[in-house]
Design a binder for this molecule. Sequence first.
Ligand SMILES: *Cc1c(COP(=O)(O)O)cnc(C)c1O
Length: 389
Amino acid sequence: MKDELLTLTHAGEHQKDYLNAVTPPVFLNSLHIFDRMEDYLNQGKTGEYVYGRVSNPTVHILEEKVAALEKGSMAVAFASGMAAFSAAVLAVCEAGSHIICLRDVYGPVKRALNEYFIPQMGMSVSYWDGRDLDELESLIRDNTALMVLESPATFVFSVFDIEGTAQIAKAHGVKTYIDNSFCTPLYQKPLTLGIDIVMHTMSKYIGGHSDIIGGILAVRDEKLGKTLMDNIRQWFGGILGPMEAWLAIRGLRTLDLRVERHQKTAMEVAAFLENHPKVEKVYYTGLASHPQADLINKQQTGHTGLMSFQLKAEPEAAMRLVNELKVFEIGCSWGGFESLAITPLAGASEEELKFLQLGEKGRGLIRIHCGLEGTEALLEDLEQALAKI
Ligand SMILES: *Cc1c(COP(=O)(O)O)cnc(C)c1O
């Protein structure tokens, strides 16, 4: 933890290079220039900055910090989490590759697979519910290139055995990718459990203030890191902007303080909901009643502020409850300072609810993000809204 706090606050920063300014400048330049043609021709060897689509000094500070936090050798920043995900697929897969995807990953990831990579790149995808490692192994084919994973996963915050999964993938020469945005680099370190590529969307806890879009990949294998940075990012052009990088660096300075508070509030909110007579079930990895509590305690060291719950009432009541909330705003993101509520599956198709094995009840799922407005305000808000339904 001591090293992590030093990384959050200081790593990757070289004040001497920028007039001893205590915070780094936003390098708002597209170009770096050279004294002599020989130096320009030599840049490949000396690793100097050349052009902004390739690398940027402010972006690089962020990359150094995230690489260190994830115990990786390199991190590569992109313009969004989805750009980072696409880059990982492009780096690892080829036309015709087979992907194994966790069933409950972030929705747009499944849409990109189902509506682009399958029909237009000739790929195929098998979905896995995350429970049985033997089943996972049975899904592997000769052309399986990548496993797309997320833990805790979207909607009901189930987890899967990260280390066991990584071992199976390695034994079959399959690369693994995990979305670690929920836990932040502080509460879960998938690279240390054998995962190849870790992704964070920076619009969530890393940015922390709901003011940036960005994504970042961390890896241990430098060859893979170089492919992501020097090939995929350069060719497809998805680098993070320097202003966003600067805001992410600022976000990281307080990440530890913020997630600790998000978690403290969420713990109290989860306990309140679990004991409320109108609530049927609470899905939060911090609850002792989580069916996978042992596995969670083995691979996570914290839980942050995101959870979902189900009312005892009919699914329509969920939307009424969300509409009654006053401190919790309605919005689809999380990880910022603000509390948010949403019924993510209220408009889902029957097919989707069946796929997620939630059935019609899934429409009534309420997801909340506990922000930084203080526990008391959130409990009062939930109390008054629950009283009205
Ligand atoms: C928001 C989110 C993303 C997408 O990130 P963008 O930066 O918006 O592209 C990916 N994964 C999870 C779990 C998210 O919540």
